[in-house]
Design a protein around this ligand. Sequence first.
Ligand SMILES: [Zn+2]
Length: 230
Amino acid sequence: MGGLVIVLDWLRLAMILVFILAVVIFILRFYFVPAWKKKKILRAQSYCPSIMLPEIDKKFDAPIEVPSYKNDKIYKVNLFLQTCTCRRFRARRGHFPLGDVRRLCRHIRKELMIKRTVFGISEMLQCIIEKRVRDKCYIEVEIYGNKIAIGFHPKSDFVRIYTRKKETSDLPDEPLTGPYDKYTLIVSQGAWVYGAPPVVADRVLEVVVDLLKKNRALMRNKRNNWKFWS
Ligand SMILES: [Zn+2]
């Protein structure tokens, strides 16, 4: 009889422990992890510049149904508010401000590209959107009259350049007129990977080296002054 009582007590204790553990995991998974991710994104915004979309007319403030690429789910996209009901948007993309190119999940990107001429999305922006907006920071610069976007992260040695190709009719000192393409640069080696370098590669490298130096210093500064609870 006494033995049975002890077993029951242990069983009860084990159940209580499992319950407490489940509650802790639940709080971590659904409160602390999302809060931590959101903080990280907000912090990155303080040292990462970005490229903005043109303003979208209020008449596009209506839900559009966009099917999932993976399963039979349907997501609701609003182009005016740049919102989507997909998980990626709710967990990550949606923390970026309205108009920020990094806010766009694949469903918003798809709808934007369909109406790109209506919204006046530049060819440079189209190239970034088509390449899936994978960079942490974006900046637009002008080199010899060419509008060039640089996608980077202050910590990374890999930088993406979005610039025009050369058209055969382009004159040597005139801005380029070919279509935009993405180029990848390993900064420390000055090496272009995944294809040929862009036309003004040497000047681009100088600009990128300078840019990374500035942004690395800025990031270090922000990091030293950053607290999770602030
Ligand atoms: Zn989405």
